[in-house]
Design a protein around this ligand. Sequence first.
Ligand code: SF4
Ligand code: SF4
Length: 292
Amino acid sequence: HWQKTPKPSWIRVRLPSGEAFQRLKDLMRSKSLHTVCEEARCPNMAECWGCGTATFLILGDICTRDCRFCAVKTGNPGLNFLNLKEEPGQVADAVAAMELRHAVITSVTRDDLEDGGASIFAETIRKIHERTPGCTVEVLIPDFKGNLDSLKAVVKARPDILGHNVETVPRLYPLARPQAAYGRSLRVLGVVKEIDLNILTKSGVMVGLGETREEILDVMKDLRSVGCDIFTIGQYLSPTQHHLPVVRYYTPEEFESLKEAGIRAGFRWVESGPLVRSSYHAEAQVRELRTR
Ligand code: SF4
Ligand code: SF4
C-alpha cells in the first residue's frame, strides 16, 4: 500500500528563470535534443543551466531496463526511429552553441544494441572535444552488461570524468535495480582506472530507500577499493506512486555527516545533500581535481 511521506521543508525547488535558462531551453527544442535536467525535472536546473552545465540524454528516451525508482519510459527502443549516427554531431553542436563549460552525457540503458551504445558515447565525447576544446566532458554510463570492449571504447575517447552510479546498497538491488548487479557496477569503475589512471571516476547513491548508515559506509569502502574519486549522495524522491516509495527523508545534518564519512573513506570529492544529483557541481569537481 502506497502512502506518501510528506516532503520536509529542505526539499525546496527554485523555479528556473532568467535569460540564460530560456536560451538553452529554446535551443533544446530547436534541435530536438533530450536533457536529463528537463526529463527528470531536476531540482537544480536553475543553478546548473544558469552556469553553463547541462546533462544530455543520448540513445533515445526509452530504456530497456525497469529500475523501480526511475521515471524514464521503459520498453523496446528499437521501435522508436532514431538516427543514432547523427546524435554525436547534434549534441556537439548544441554544446558549442550553448557555450557550455562542462557537458555531461548520459543515456538510457540499451541492452538491445550490440555495444550497448558505447560507440555513440565515444563519438559524442570526441566531437565535443573537437568543437569546443575548452569544455570538459563527463559521461555517466550504463554497465554495458559488463562488456569490456564497450567500456574500453568509451575510455579511449578520453572523457574528463567517467561516472557510473551504484545507485543504492547491494541488499536493495533486487528491489530497486533488478536487472543490474552490484559487483558488475564496481568492476566497471575499477576497469576504467586500470585502463587510464588520469580519468576521474565517480559514483553515487540515492538515500531514503530503506538502507542503513552502515550499508552506505560499506558502499563507500567498496567504491574506494576500486579507486573511485568522486562520490555523490542525494535524497531519493519517488517520481510517481507506481515507483518505490520514499522510506525516509534524511536531514541536512545527516547528509553533512555522510559527507564527512566519505572524505574519511578517502574520496577526493564528496557531494552530499538533499538535492544532490550525480552531475551537481560537476564542473567545480573537474576544475578543482585537475589542478591538485
Ligand atoms: Fe541537469 Fe544534472 Fe544539473 Fe540536474 S544536476 S540540472 S540533471 S546538470
Ligand atoms: Fe532509469 Fe537507468 Fe534504470 Fe533505465 S537503467 S530505468 S534509465 S535508472
